[in-house]
Design a binder for this molecule. Structure first.
Ligand SMILES: *[C@@H]1O[C@H](CO)[C@@H](O)[C@H](O)[C@H]1NC(C)=O
Ligand SMILES: *[C@@H]1O[C@H](CO)[C@@H](O)[C@H](O)[C@H]1NC(C)=O
Ligand SMILES: *[C@@H]1O[C@H](CO)[C@@H](O)[C@H](O)[C@H]1NC(C)=O
Ligand SMILES: *[C@@H]1O[C@H](CO)[C@@H](O)[C@H](O)[C@H]1NC(C)=O
Length: 490
C-alpha cells in the first residue's frame, strides 16, 4: 500500500471510530414517533367508516374503561392530521409509525366494499408526510378489528388469515407506491390476551389457554400469507419491507434456579410469534409445544389446546420478514413456579412474576423504569434469531399529564443509552426507533387517565390543541444532533 492510501485508511478508521461513539446514533439510523388509529383518529363513524371492536366495547361496555371514555373523537387526527405532521416536522423526525383503521378502509371487514373516503384520508396523511421528508411506517393492524369479523369469531377463526391477506392487498394497491415500511401486526401478544378475560381489552372474551393460542395461530398464518402475497404480487415493483411488531417485558431471573422459568416466559410471550417467523427451524418453540400438549392432557383435554401448524405452514412462515419490530417498555422478575387458572397460558408457562419495588414507577401498574432491560432484550433477540435488523417500534413512559415531564425525559435518555450500548458494544443490528407516543391519546382501558404523549393534548378543548412537553424538546435535540446530550451522560 502507498503511504497516502495508508493515511486515508487510518483517517477513515478514526472517522469511523468517532462515528461509533457509544452515545451517538449510527448513520442511517431512523428516529421518529408512533401512534395508533383508534387511539388518536376519532371520526369513529365519519364518511362511511365501519364499526370496530373498540367502538363496540367503549359504547356497549363502557364500564370496562376506567373513566368510561372512548375514542369517538380522541385527538381528532382524522381532521387534524396536518397538525401531527407539523409536530413531527418540528422535531426533525425521519419516521412516523401510524396504523390504518381496517374498518375505515373496509367497513364490512371484507374487500368487496372499499370506502374511498378512508383511502383518501390515508393518502392525504401519507402525502403530507412525504412532502415534509418524513418516511411513513404503516401498521396494518393495531387492535381495531372490524366488528363484522368479530361477529364471525374474531382472531380465533382461522379464516381471518385470508381476510387479513385480502385487506393487506387493498393497502398495497392503494399505498404501496409510497409506503415502503409495513408492519403486519402490532403486539399480537397483547391482543391474544384479549381472548383470556371478560374484563380485558376488546373483544374482552374469557377463554384463557384456548382463545389466546387460537389467536396466535391465525396471526402467524395471516402474517405469512401477507408476506408471501406481497412477494408474489407487489415486491418487484414496490420494493417495500415487511415486519411485525412484537412486545415483551424482559424477564430477569431472581436466582440461577429461575433462568429456565424466564426463558419459558420469553418463549411463551415473544417466541410463540417470533420463532415461527424469525428462526431457521420455524414452528412454535418446542418448549411451548411440549408444555401445552402435556398440560392439556393432564387437564383432561382430548386434543391439545395448542392448534398446530402443518409442516407446509411451518415452511411457508420461515423467513417471512425484512425486519423485527420490538415494542419494549419494562421488565419483571421471574421465579420458577406455577400460577394462573386451569387452563391458562400463565400456568403453561410456569413462571411467577413480580416487579422490583426499587424500580421507578409510572402511571401504569405494569410499567416500571428498567433501562438495562432493553439491552438484554435486544441481545436475546439478536442471539435467538441471527441478528436481524430491528426497529424499536414502541418505547415510552406514562404519567398523569403535565408539560414538565422530567420522568419521561429520564426514561427516554436512559433507555436510548442502553439501546446504543446494544448497538455499539454488543453489535445488535438496531436500525430505527419510534417513540411511543407522538401524542397523549385514548389509552385503551385506562381511557385518558394515563398519558404516554411527548405532546400534551387538551381533551377538554374541541380544537384539541397540541403542546410539546419537555420530553418532546429533548427528543427534538436528540433527533437533530443524533446523540444523547452531554448533560444526560454519567
Ligand atoms: C462522544 O460523545 C460525547 C458525548 O456527546 C462527546 O463529548 C465526545 O466528544 C464524542 N466523541 C467523539 C469522538 O465523537
Ligand atoms: C464504548 O464503550 C465501551 C465499553 O464501555 C468502551 O470500551 C469504548 O471505549 C467506548 N467507545 C467509545 C468510542 O467511547
Ligand atoms: C418442509 O421443509 C422440510 C425441511 O426442508 C422438509 O423436510 C419438509 O418436507 C417440508 N414440508 C413440506 C410439507 O413441504
Ligand atoms: C421541571 O421539574 C424539575 C424537577 O421537578 C424542576 O427542577 C424544573 O425546574 C422544572 N422545570 C420547569 C420549566 O418548570
Amino acid at each position: 500500500m502507498k503511504f497516502q492510501t495508508v493515511c486515508i485508511v487510518i483517517l477513515v478508521t478514526i472517522g469511523f471510530a468517532a462515528a461509533q461513539n457509544n452515545t451517538t446514533f449510527p448513520d442511517g439510523f431512523l428516529l421518529g414517533a408512533a401512534t395508533a388509529s383508534y387511539q388518536i383518529e376519532g371520526g369513529w363513524n365519519a364518511d362511511g367508516k365501519g364499526v370496530n371492536i373498540w367502538d363496540t366495547l367503549t359504547h356497549e361496555r363502557s364500564y370496562l374503561v376506567v373513566d368510561r371514555s372512548n375514542g369517538d373523537v380522541a385527538d381528532d387526527s382524522y381532521n387534524l392530521y396536518m397538525e401531527d405532521v407539523k409536530l413531527l416536522k418540528n422535531m426533525g423526525a425521519q419516521l412516523y409509525r401510524f396504523s390504518i383503521s381496517w374498518a375505515r378502509i373496509l367497513p364490512e371487514g371484507h374487500d368487496y366494499k372499499v370506502n374511498q373516503a378512508g383511502i383518501d384520508y390515508y393518502n392525504r396523511l401519507i402525502n403530507a408526510l412525504l412532502d415534509n421528508g418524513i418516511e411513513p411506517m404503516v401498521t396494518m393492524y393495531h387492535w381495531d378489528l372490524p366488528q363484522k369479523l368479530q361477529d364471525l369469531g374474531g382472531w380465533p377463526n382461522r379464516e381471518l388469515a385470508t381476510y387479513a391477506e385480502n385487506y393487506a392487498r387493498v393497502l398495497f394497491k392503494n399505498f404501496g407506491d409510497r409506503v415502503k415500511l409495513w408492519i403486519t401486526f402490532n403486539e399480537p401478544r397483547t391482543f391474544m390476551d384479549a381472548y383470556t378475560s371478560d374484563t380485558g381489552m376488546a373483544p374482552s372474551i374469557n377463554a384463557p389457554g384456548i382463545g389466546d393460542y387460537l389467536t396466535a395461530r391465525t396471526v402467524i398464518l395471516a402474517h405469512a400469507n401477507i408476506y408471501r402475497m406481497y412477494e408474489r404480487e407487489f415486491k418487484q415493483q414496490q420494493q417495500g419491507k415487511i415486519g411485525i411488531s412484537l412486545d415483551n417485558a424482559w424477564c430477569e431471573p431472581i436466582s440461577t434456579n429461575d433462568v429456565d422459568a424466564c426463558e419459558r416466559f420469553q418463549e411463551f410471550n415473544l417466541g410463540i410469534f417470533a420463532h415461527p417467523i424469525f428462526s431457521k427451524e420455524g414452528n412454535y418453540p418446542s418448549v411451548v409445544i411440549e408444555r401445552v400438549d402435556a398440560n392439556s392432557k393432564a387437564e383432561g383435554f382430548t386434543t391439545s389446546r395448542l392448534p398446530k401448524l402443518t409442516s407446509e405452514e411451518v415452511n411457508n412462515t420461515i423467513g417471512t420478514y425484512d425486519f423485527f419490530g420490538l415494542n419494549f417498555y419494562t421488565a419483571n422478575l421471574g421465579k420458577d413456579g406455577v400460577e394462573g387458572g386451569i387452563p391458562s397460558r400463565g400456568r403453561d408457562t410456569g413462571a411467577i412474576l413480580s416487579q422490583d419495588p426499587s424500580w421507578p414507577e409510572s402511571a401504569s401498574s405494569w410499567l416500571r423504569v428498567v433501562p438495562w432491560a432493553i439491552r438484554k432484550q435486544l441481545n436475546w433477540i439478536a442471539n435467538a434469531y441471527g441478528n436481524p435488523p430491528i426497529y424499536v417500534t414502541e418505547n415510552g413512559y406514562s404519567d398523569y399529564g403535565g408539560l414538565n415531564d422530567t420522568s419521561r425525559v429520564f426514561y427516554y435518555t436512559e433507555y436510548m443509552k442502553e439501546m446504543l450500548k446494544a448497538i455499539h458494544i454488543d453489535g445488535v443490528n438496531v436500525v430505527g426507533y419510534t417513540a411511543w407516543s407522538l401524542l397523549d391519546n385514548f389509552e385503551w382501558l385506562r381511557g385518558y387517565t394515563e398519558r404516554f404523549g411527548i405532546h400534551d393534548v387538551n381533551f377538554n378543548d374541541p380544537s384539541r390543541p397540541r403542546t410539546p412537553k419537555e420530553s418532546a424538546k429533548v427528543l427534538t435535540e436528540i433527533f437533530n444532533t443524533r446523540k444523547i446530550p452531554d448533560r444526560f451522560l454519567d
